[in-house]
Design a protein around this ligand. Sequence first.
Ligand code: LAN
Length: 727
Amino acid sequence: MWTPLDIPESPREPFTDYTRWRLRDTDDGSHIWDWLQTDEECATRPMTEADKYWLGIPLNYPPLPTPHTPIEAARNGYTFYKNLQANDGHWAGEYGGPMFLLPGLVIGSYVTGMSFLDAERLEMIRYVLNRAHPEDGGWGLHIEAPSSVFGTALNYTALRLLGVSAEHPAMVKARATLHKLGGAAAAPSWGKFWLSILNVYDWDGNNPIPTELWLLPEWMPFHPSKWWIHTRTVYVPMSYLYGVRFQAEEDELILSLREELYTQPYDTIDWPAQRNNVSAADLYAPHSGLFDFINVILGMYEQCTIPPIRKAGTDFAYNLIVLEDENTGHQTLAPVSKMMNLVARVHAEGRESEAYKLHEETRRDFMWLSGEGMMMCGTNGSQLWDIGFITQALVETGLAKDEENKESLIKALKWLDQCQIQDDPKHFGTSYRHRTKGAWPFSTKAQGYTVSDCTGEGLKSVLYLQNQLDFTPKLVSEERLYDAVDTLLTMQNPDGGFASYEPVRGSAWLEWLNPAEVFGDIMIEYEYPECTTSVITSLSIFRKHYPHYRPKAIDTTIKEAIKFLHNIQKPEGGWFGSWGICFTYATMFALESLALVGETYETSTSARRACDFLLSKQRADGGWGESYKTCETGVWVDHENTQVVQTAWAAMALMYAKYPHPGPIARAVKLVMWRQQEDGSWPQEAIEGVFNKSCAISYPNFKFSFTIWMLGKAQAYFEEHGVYKAQ
Ligand code: LAN
């Protein structure tokens, strides 16, 4: 148990002195919030503008000159946003949204005896309290989702471990909601798993996760090496910890939680009967009959496992955990596996081990402090993704050439240079990894995973900065650009599309084995219009500058990819997005690709249908607004308000397609300019991103990059269409 804390009453005000927090200045974009203990430290490390901005401390900038044209508004936007650039050249940012990550951080830390600073604990408590739904006191899968057992049972547990008493009014309210939803017994499988680790749920209440899976021959169609990389990486430590039936040692708090979380006394719960008990509030992807049947068989097998085989499986899984830790500098692919790997490493090697130390050091890369308190992020940041869009926006709009912006672009290029991965993973070949040489990751180089579209965006940004500006140093060599292209060319699937981290390895029927209940389409990689577009556009730009390098392969790749985009256009005219919300996001990317091969409103029925689809969704105020619910249902659901980010995407889509009538674009521009503040910034609106169909995730930097990009594009578009002349 951690030491007791005094918890202030209202979470609206910070629980700690916000002037003592600083984002650490690193040169690789790591996101670490330091709590400064002494006044001297505070004096030697003054707060940066970014520190203040992300903590919600007013910046009090004087108003900028009122913009009269889109480019003036874009310039004001960047005048503001430039202040948030870190010394190393990247832009930091919150990457919150999912509500099941912080509980993993807290439970994983608690059971391994890894402590937090009191200041961190206090702000984590504050974040979770601030995010409780005012109506029922519960939490959902993500910040905008209605209360579920997953969200409520886990966040309630996290608060208790962090030091909140069961009698706190917020806890009384949350508990009532949890019980109404069925109690923790009805948690989905990942909830059951974390609660079992904490020893407040019985392992018998979990469907089996046999480590023997890893011993199957790799050619078998359902071998885990064929699963989507996130699912695979989570199920490695899950199977290990299930295999060894890891349990925290009982203590008073654990005994008390056993009484608080359920609707009946803990000892009377029929655990095996809970395996498929999942609250209706949580269920997004119900088990298939096949999966339930397999679980019955596996349940019988658990009664008579063969010890040497189980041990071989558990050893194999453990080895994969170690390889993953070493491949990623102990960041691991994402925060879920990060905390599970930690628990596994402590189980096998203890608290004195090197692994423990290294996991402790990197744990804080995921902990982000916002104006509402401290959260756990979806990855160790979205550094590459954010720098990619803003740098391209600046070059395309011409703002990159403004004297006062040059230094910031050189800094950004330096950051992109150090972020490129220059080798294959340390344990390439033994950890089912795809090549990484030449790739750019989503966040930092240390995390070290190739993502198709991150490599595409990284490559484009470097080409823009190095080849289209005359004042930048040429930091990334031609060979390294070729490496990036080589990596991209290994990632195309037979039908032309690109998936996220690897080519698709498994068959679609594997989705029948999806155990997660709360997420859809997670078992294998799928091709995505967003990823495919990024590759098309980056290769197209690359070949303009380096026409001699693998021209045939690039040409065929682009042609096949365009075919794929045509094939997956929806009958209504849009493209369904999997990583941003939703049709506005993917349709923008798809129209960008089509434009590159000359397919625009006037020349292609596909582009025309897409524009007509988007135009049918434009609202009276000139904006677009799409709810995250679109991603769940696959059918457009209006957001109650229009959103600047989605308005920027839709307007960019129309401009890519060279939509001939400026009216709708002018109305979109007007809305985005109207929502801009006098200091050049835009306020945060609804959540922008999504994953696994059901979980929304924040991209707060999009409100700068895509607005600036769209406004700059609109300037050129208006000039071309004679709407008005440049100033
Ligand atoms: C991300 C974030 C970035 C995203 C894009 C680059 C935008 C996308 O085009 C490709 C897929 C990728 C890399 C992606 C995959 C899934 C991630 C890593 C996330 C949405 C961020 C968080 C999410 C991860 C799975 C969250 C942890 C939860 C689990 C279910 C393991």
